[in-house]
Design a protein around this ligand. Sequence first.
Ligand code: AMP
Length: 318
Amino acid sequence: MNSFAEIIATIKKYDRIIILRHQNPDPDALGSQTGLATAIRQAFPQKKVLIGGNDTEGLKWLSSAQKVSDEDYQDALVIVVDTANQPRIDDQRFDDGAFLIKIDHHPNDDVFGDQLFVNTDASSCSEIIADLIDSSDDLQLTKKVAYYLYAGIVGDTGRFLYPSTTEHTMRVAGKFIALGVDTAAINNKMNEVSLKQAKLQGFIYDILQIDKSGAALAIIDHDLMNKLNLNQEEANSVVSTPGRLKEISAWVEAVQKDDGTFRMHLRSQGPIINELAKEHDGGGHPLASGATAKDLDEVKQMFEELIKIVTDFNQKGE
Ligand code: AMP
C-alpha cells in the first residue's frame, strides 16, 4: 500500500496520464475518473491527461470518455480508479503504459499495479480522490473537481443512505457545498428516470419473489424489457427499489443480457453477499455486489444460496 505523497510524486513525474475505470461505469467510476483528471489538468496544464473507456448512455451528462490511442499508452502513467479486478478495467491495454497505479475502495481481491491505494472504509472512490487532492499542495479541490466527486459520492452512497456513509463522507461533501457546488441540481439529475423506467419500478414490486427469510429475487428478462421497451442499462436503474420494502433484507436483481445470460445485482442491508457474488464470476462490496448467471437455473441457484445466507444471518440474530 502506498501513501498519497508517493502517488502524487508519481503523478508529477509523467507528462502523459491515462485514467481508466470499470466497465459499465456508474457515477462513482465516472466521478472519480473525471474529478482526478480535472484536478491534474488544472494543476499541471502542460500534461496530457486522458480519460478512457466506453460511455454509459444515461450518464453522458456527467462525463464522456476520450479516444486513447496505442501511442498514448507509450511512456504513460496509467491510473485505474474504482476497479477491483483487472478483467473489469474498461480498456484492457491498461498494462501498456510505463507505470500503473490502482486507487479503489472495493475489497483488494486482485492486487495489481506498481503503486496501490485501497481504502474499503471509504464510501466511494470519489471520496478517496477528494482526500488525495486535499493531501496535496499541488492539486486543488475546485468547484469543477468537486462537481464530479460529489456525483460519485451521491451515486455510491445512494444519496447518503447506505451504511458506507460516514462522518468523513459528510465532511467531504460539506467541503463541496462550501465550494458552491449546486448539489440540488446534481441530486435532481441523479434522481431522474424516464417514464418507462418509472413503470419498471412498479413492475418490480409485482414480480418480486420474496422468501420468508427476507431474501428476494426480481428477474427482468427479455420479455419484460421488450414489453416496456427498455434496454439493459435502463433496466439496471431499478436495482435499489426492493430495498424500500420492510420485508426484505437482501435481494438480487437478475437482468437478462443480449446473449441470454443474466447480470446479477446483489444488494443487502446486513447479510454479507460478496462471497456469493465471487462464486458466480463476480465480486464487489459486502453489501453491494455484481455477478453473472449463465442461465435461469443459475439465477435460481443463486437465489437459493442467498436464502441460506439470509437464514443463517437471521439465526445468528445479527
Ligand atoms: P452492480 O450491481 O453492477 O451495480 O455492482 C455493485 C458493486 O459490485 C459495484 O461496486 C461494482 O463495482 C461491484 N462489482 C460488480 N460486478 C463485479 C465483478 N464482476 N467483480 C468485482 N466487482 C464487481
